[in-house]
Design a protein around this ligand. Sequence first.
Ligand code: ADP
Ligand code: MG
Length: 536
Amino acid sequence: NFAERSEEQVSGAKVIAQALKTQDVEYVFGIVGIPVTEIAIAAQQLGIKYIGMRNEQAARSLPCCFWPRSHPRLGWYGKCKRELLVEACRLYTKFSARPSSIEAVPFVIEKAVRSSIYGRPGACYVDIPADFVNLQVNVSSIKHVERCMSPPISMAETSAVCTAASVIKNAKQPLLIIGKGAAYAHAEESIQKLVEQYKLPFLPTPMGKGVVPDNHPYCVGAARSRALQFADVIVLFGARLNWILHFGLPPRYQPDVKFIQVDICAEELGNNVKPAVTLLGDINAVTKQLLEEFDKTPWQYPPESKWWKTLREKMKSNEAASKELASRESLPMNYYTVFYHVQEQLPRDCFVVSEGANTMDIGRTVLQNYLPRHRLDAGTFGTMGVGLGFAIAAAMVAKDRSPGQRVICVEGDSAFGFSGMEVETICRYNLPIILLVVNNNGIYQGFDTDTWKEMLKFQDAASVVPPMCLLPNSHYEQVMTAFGGKGYFVKTPEELQKSLRQSLADTAKPSLINIMIEPQATRKTQDFHWLTRSNM
Ligand code: ADP
Ligand code: MG
């Protein structure tokens, strides 16, 4: 609070840092250069933690503040002197502005933070001209701006809640889809109650995993395609009908399936399909409204229904197929073998971060989440290169708030390459991260060493190496040992088990396990051609 000391001068950097502090920002991630360095130093002096990243893409994937409100992101402050960037960012952010004076900075930052957490959470961008940073201003000219209030909670229209409840009650083959909005809304308790009290099957989206534990008896994750294809009523709790949910269209869904959309963003309602009912509001509040409505007349979905039987059978056969693949003893290992061994040792409370193609897709079917907001992946835009940034942010929080908690970051070899130098960041801050690089020598698929050598016998690499191939047998673990962490190169299930056990036991150092798998390994055979990658 600068107010009392009127004659005193203060630097622009300090005003900026104080504005962040006032908004309860705890962590700032960045890449410094002149003059951003001054802001980072000023932030540290106020007790904000500053984490210096190596790759801008990884840095930009990060929240300016990760806590206390899930994942809001705030833009970083550039030294760009053009209006252009503010305009360019407007397309991708909820709020993009450049304060007109240093005095305006606290107001603009408050608005950016508020915009990022109110309504649908999202990124905001504040562009601060370079010459503001070293400006000296009179303390009394900086007006105090208060911390923004917590987001107001909105509830759905009562009549819509009534209609939704009756549509669900009359469903023959109901399905709840739990998306990341449910995780953001901290709706775990109410949704779990809804699932259990009314015995409804549910399916989590990748980042909705853990809102209700993956091993819950009503989780039908293992029969995902079947559940989507034959459900007659689907309730979407904070999940958009985008490519991840196949736009809500046939052949993935019944043509006449009734969607009930629960979302905080009105503009989302009705995207791609005409919903039967829309419930506009905060998921936690709306779920409680639904529970109250259901409570009026005793009811539950019959556990002996044909629908449950179909789903259970499909889950059983899918799980058996995965287990069969996992139990194969041939070397190199396949994806399933790797993930089953990882799953066996996965600590219950760990964060799981994942990116890659098959690595992410297959990984999320095997690796279980038991807690909400503990899974981060390339999600909505399928962007590679964000995984290490996510892992670093999660690890900062873990380190400060629950010592001993680990972040398991599962990367494809190609995905790892995007931000691989962040391993230096991980080691610099000694973060509790175990990196698993699932290495198939390529993007989607690669070649083994012999094929590689054969191919290059008479020709130059750029003329013959397929675009998907990466150098076979790369020792990615040495990226970790280069900075003082532990590195393991593993080829067998035994080596994998042992190195993971050691990594988990060694809480003093981060580690990277480079897991060699069959270069041509793929997913298990899918039932329909439209389930293959090209039609994803
Ligand atoms: P997923 O990848 O899990 O399907 P999406 O990002 O597609 O998740 O969708 C998340 C949805 O959740 C968005 O449409 C967003 O508006 C909504 N949402 C976010 N927070 C809340 C909340 N507190 N209450 C209701 N809906 C929310
Ligand atoms: Mg690969």
